[in-house]
Design a protein around this ligand. Sequence first.
Ligand code: GTP
Ligand code: MG
Length: 262
Amino acid sequence: MRGSLLVPTLNEAATIGHVLREFRAAATAANATLFRDDPIEWEMLVIDGASTDGTAERAAAEGARVIVERRPGYGRAYRTGFAEATGEVLATLDGDGTYPAPEIPRLVRTLFDEHLDFLTCNRLAFLDRRAMTTEHRIGNWVLNTFLRIAFARYLASAGLRLADSQSGMWVFRRAVLDRVTLTQDGMPMSEELKIEVILHGLKAEEVPIRYAERWGGPPKLSSWRDGRRNLMFLLTRRLELARQARGGGGYPIGGPQEPAGR
Ligand SMILES: Nc1nc2c(ncn2[C@@H]2O[C@H](COP(=O)(O)OP(=O)(O)OP(=O)(O)O)[C@@H](O)[C@H]2O)c(=O)[nH]1
Ligand SMILES: [Mg+2]
């Protein structure tokens, strides 16, 4: 089986090597244990926004394939990366060392064993206060609360609580990408993907992870600017669904469908 690790980067030279090494070591170890019967051949894709600090060179030196995506945005980087990924199973995380890369093989095992389509990680489960600024925490709370209320009926039919709508660590089957429509170039792509998974009736779960303090390059996220954009996206998407329910336009969504490639 083939797997693709995708990491978007913008000036993460201080941490990208560590992230890729940790992932590779865990993936190699898991191929001798968790995946002994069907080892996963991983490719590592780093989608770099033309960093100026040597991120691309460091990633390439660790064996990653670097895709340069000059168009700005976290969502843009992922959408470009998804089109290039060749794995049947995909895993994502930031290049800043905040997410636990060594957990990925275990999460892939869970995805397969529980016959899931999509797995998203909850950073808030055992959050170390140093890992998120107060502004980030408030922003997350507002977005999570809004999403839980506005999308309550869709979450209920998916049987998902979704405590952390903004998490950037996901493990999922490639077939998910054939079902969902991603339109966002910025940070809202993270919540858009989860909402699309829910709206399309795909089988999803959220699992707790440990999330660490950013210890490398500068943050790219602005709590207020990105928070506002994320909230606007949720509101717009929800109004679109309401309009569709009344028989109006909006971009298409599927109802509950067959599982994605299980
Ligand atoms: N290619 C590309 N990558 C980006 C862009 N913006 C952010 N990234 C990367 O996407 C990942 C997520 O961005 P972060 O700045 O870590 O966002 P965050 O995790 O919400 O915020 P922090 O808590 O500050 O880490 C990181 O690996 C960034 O380097 C972009 O415009 N292009
Ligand atoms: Mg980050």
